[in-house]
Design a protein around this ligand. Structure first.
Ligand SMILES: [Zn+2]
Length: 113
């Protein structure tokens, strides 16, 4: 899952998983928007980086011959391209990891000051 840092990021900002769940449950009961994005917006978090202050900008890997590769993902948060890259390259790689860039909205804090 691509956005699995959202909850850890919220914990760092002082929210508990229970608080998030409770808010979403209450919103849902009230018939109001209750997605994770709705939580982020309602609490002043940046939806672009999902409260983390950074986003995935690319992927770097070392292929089976030990050669380093690095690509920039133009479109942010497009899991399909990562999945297809994984299918084509990453599953043969010795190692790979995401490259991160600081989210410029609100200076990389992930939250409205
Ligand atoms: Zn951001």
């Amino acid at each position: 899952m691509i956005h699995d840092w959202t909850l850890p990021a919220l914990l760092k900002h002082g929210y508990s998983i229970e608080q998030v769940k409770q808010w979403r449950t209450e919103q849902d009961k009230a018939g109001k928007p209750s997605t994770m994005d709705d939580f982020l917006r309602a609490h002043g978090f940046c939806v672009n980086c999902r409260a983390a202050g950074r986003h995935i900008s690319g992927i770097h890997w070392q292929d089976s011959s030990g050669v380093e590769h690095n690509i920039e993902l133009i479109a942010r948060g497009v899991p399909e391209s990562i999945a297809s890259l994984h299918q084509r390259e990453l599953k043969y790689a010795l190692q790979w990891d995401f490259t991160y860039a600081t989210c410029e909205i609100w200076g990389g804090t992930g939250k409205l000051a």
